[in-house]
Design a protein around this ligand. Structure first.
Ligand code: KIV
Length: 246
């Protein structure tokens, strides 16, 4: 049984899913040893590794490089890899790049942001590409600070997210990730879909939670997300203790 089949089987039995990003072997090895279900090589690497304001300039080669680094530390956890912006604009390009990433990184599942590209996602599913559909806040399409907000507060936006989630579930995505989706809506999507729904900044009533490792460590290059507990004091103390050491 593949790691993905095992995860989906455990989900059906009620086991919750944990997902944390990693971009290198040491962190992925540590997370794997703590039985984290999914290690995500997110395009958030544009922000936390490269120090950019957005994820927009991450390349496929960078994602593949960091996935290979992280893969060295993974034994039990599932490896989920983001397709970066502009690498799945057409069906042909999406299939070519999905197969390239799967072949070169041995990822178990790919994550793609879903805006007006639902036909491309359906095409990939038809070609047996295991897809996690990312809905709500879509970092690859946000244009400015105003885009970093809760999604699904107004009825038409909520209906659009709900309809997309239902269609994607019906099409056969393996998982849905909701980013910054209003809590009641994420709860409703979780209860109505067959596939697992994991979330970040989308409330507690999902099948699992996602976090960016640097946010958890409290050492993010950009501002740490408001929904993450402030852990800055721990790393701060480690460095202060080190400086004081004789
Ligand atoms: O790239 C990433 O780390 C992500 C998470 C914010 C879900 O997509």
């Amino acid at each position: 049984m593949s790691k993905l089949e095992k995860l989906l089987k455990n989900y059906k039995k009620g086991k919750s899913i944990s997902c944390i990003t990693a971009y290198d072997a040491s962190i992925s090895k540590f997370l794997d040893s703590k039985n984290i279900s999914i290690i995500l090589i997110g395009d958030s690497l544009g922000q936390v590794i490269k120090g950019n304001k957005t994820t927009h300039n991450v390349t496929l080669q960078e994602i593949i490089y960091h996935s290979k680094c992280a893969m060295s530390g993974i034994n039990k956890s599932l490896l989920m890899v983001d397709l970066p912006k502009n690498t799945y604009n057409t069906k042909r390009q999406a299939l070519y790049n999905s197969q390239k990433v799967l072949d070169e990184t041995h990822a178990d599942i790919l994550k793609l942001e879903v805006s007006n590209n639902i036909g491309i996602i359906e095409y990939l599913i038809g070609k047996d590409i295991p897809v996690c559909a990312h809905l709500g806040l879509l970092p690859q399409t946000v244009k400015n600070k105003l885009g970093f907000r809760k999604y699904g507060k107004n009825p038409s936006e909520a209906a659009s997210i709900m309809n997309k989630a239902a269609s994607l579930d019906y099409m056969g995505v393996k998982m849905i990730l909701l980013e910054c989706v209003e809590n009641k809506l994420s709860k409703k999507i979780t209860s109505l879909t067959n596939c697992p729904v994991i979330g970040i900044g989308s409330g507690p009533n999902l099948d699992g939670q996602v976090a960016v490792i640097y946010d958890l460590l409290g050492i993010s290059f950009n501002k740490i997300s408001s929904f993450t507990k402030d852990n800055t004091k721990y790393f701060d103390k480690i460095i202060k203790d080190f400086i004081k050491r004789k």
